[in-house]
Design a protein around this ligand. Structure first.
Ligand code: GLC
Length: 437
């Protein structure tokens, strides 16, 4: 059996084209110097942890339960009175994320159900309505700052509980009736964002979601996003703005988000409308199939698949924002913790091939991706079936080295073609990394 992977020029060109798509509209927004610096830092960090946590976790059916089950928001809201996550320990959480090799954390501050995970003055429907009474956003912010992890906040643009939010195609549960008033709702969001951006020190990113709620309207819905972006940047110029709207980036955004898709792919069916832009990129993905805690969802991806996903996103020059759905008692699911631990051990060894790298010039489907750091190219062989690789090399090859054991794999390099052969990859190896100088 000789499984040869010839990586042709087409792949090389494809890899280069990936960053060439222009923004859809001319972008009049000029990021501030501190924002540019923050983008650079973000793009170097490559791995973050997404946290979907809220009173929806109590139901154990994911964060869309209110909408999916067509519930009355007032009945659903009673769960706040039972939210007492006594095992919540920001220090232990952040320690686990740091050990996993993550460089930042993104917490759902307020999801589509409208419940705020901090002690907001703008609504009674918040942590203040729970017997726990503690400020989750604040505790996590402090701990991220203390341990040197970036602190990002997810913030939903839609609200299935407030009646002033003009409902789109989601959240049509019983009892959700009232006078829609987007101007009033918009001001509410601005006031909440002011709290988030003035109370908790540095917030590295505001991660918006929900614009797709009005993508089925017959006339365009006026979200006034540029105004909201100006508001965020006026409060914290370095704060990166990302919006999970599944379309090309809008003026004022600092990063581009891909939901459940590696940039340039459309496997989840959510990325058809978004070409890859010249912004720092982020792919968010679940560890099992759900964002919020889902008691019946045992379909956890194997650790090897998560490591490969991290390599594949890095190979596209993107970060991976990997989700954990904390339990209602405040503990992190055991299956998530074991995966994080293994990823941390892998990154401790191979982190130099991921952090601070750029997209490499070659990729071949899901089997091979490359990352690059200066004159070092890292070939990530993600399938144990590959025995031989041929790469076009428009440069002089100085050395070829297998990182796992510092050995030199058999290879030839002439006529602009590097051939690496005789590879014997252990089936348990998630990512066989070869460094080419
Ligand atoms: C989708 C879902 C939302 C989730 C988000 C994470 O927008 O509606 O529940 O928070 O994806 O990427």
């Amino acid at each position: 059996m000789n499984r040869l992977l010839k990586i042709c020029m087409a792949a090389l060109v494809g890899g280069c084209l990936l960053h060439a798509a222009p923004l859809r509209a001319a972008d009049p927004y000029e990021p501030s110097p501190e924002n540019r610096e923050a983008r650079k830092q973000f793009a170097e960090s490559r791995f973050g942890i997404f946290l979907h946590w809220g009173i929806y976790s109590l139901f154990g059916q994911g964060e869309w339960y209110l909408s999916n089950a067509g519930l009355d928001p007032a009945e659903y809201a009673k769960a706040a009175g039972a939210f007492y996550p006594h095992r919540f320990d920001a220090r232990a959480w952040v320690t686990a994320f740091k050990q996993a090799g993550a460089r930042y954390v993104c917490l759902t501050s307020r999801h589509h159900d409208g419940f705020s995970m901090w002690l907001t003055d703008q609504s009674a429907y918040s942590m203040a309505a729970t017997p726990f009474g503690r400020d989750i956003v604040g505790e996590l912010a402090d701990e991220c700052h203390r341990q040197g992890l970036g602190f990002h906040l997810y913030y939903s643009l839609i609200d299935w509980t407030r009646t002033d939010y003009p409902a789109g195609w989601t959240g049509h549960g019983k009892g959700h009736a009232g006078e829609a008033d987007y101007d009033a709702y918009f001001d509410f969001m601005k006031r909440q964002l002011s709290e988030l951006l003035t109370r908790y020190g540095r917030v590295d990113c505001i991660w918006l979601d929900g614009m797709w709620d009005h993508n089925r309207d017959s006339t365009a819905f006026a979200w006034r996003m540029e105004e909201l972006y100006d508001h965020i940047h006026a409060l914290q110029p370095a704060c990166l703005i990302g919006n999970n709207h599944h379309i090309a980036p809008l003026p004022g955004e600092d990063i581009q988000i891909f939901e459940r898709d590696v940039p340039g792919e459309n496997k989840a069916g959510l990325s058809a409308g978004q070409p890859v832009a010249r912004l720092p990129l982020e792919t968010c993905q679940t560890m099992n199939g759900s964002w919020g805690y889902a008691v019946a969802d045992r379909r956890y991806k194997p650790t090897a698949a998560l490591i490969r996903l991290l390599a594949r996103t890095a190979g596209k020059g993107a970060n991976l924002l990997l989700n954990v759905g904390p339990q209602p008692d405040g503990a992190l699911p055991e299956k998530s913790l074991t995966r994080l631990d293994s990823m941390g051990r892998w990154l401790a060894r191979y982190g130099e091939t991921i952090y601070g790298t750029e997209a490499g010039p070659w990729h071949a489907g899901d089997s091979i991706v490359t990352t690059r750091r200066g004159n070092r190219l890292f070939l990530h062989v993600l399938s144990p079936n590959v025995e031989e690789v041929e790469l076009p090399v428009p440069f002089r090859v100085r050395s070829v080295r297998t990182l796992a054991d510092d050995s030199t794999p058999r290879h030839t390099a002439h006529n602009g073609l590097l051939r690496i052969y005789g590879l014997e990859i252990d089936r348990s190896c998630p990512d066989y990394v070869i460094e080419i100088k």
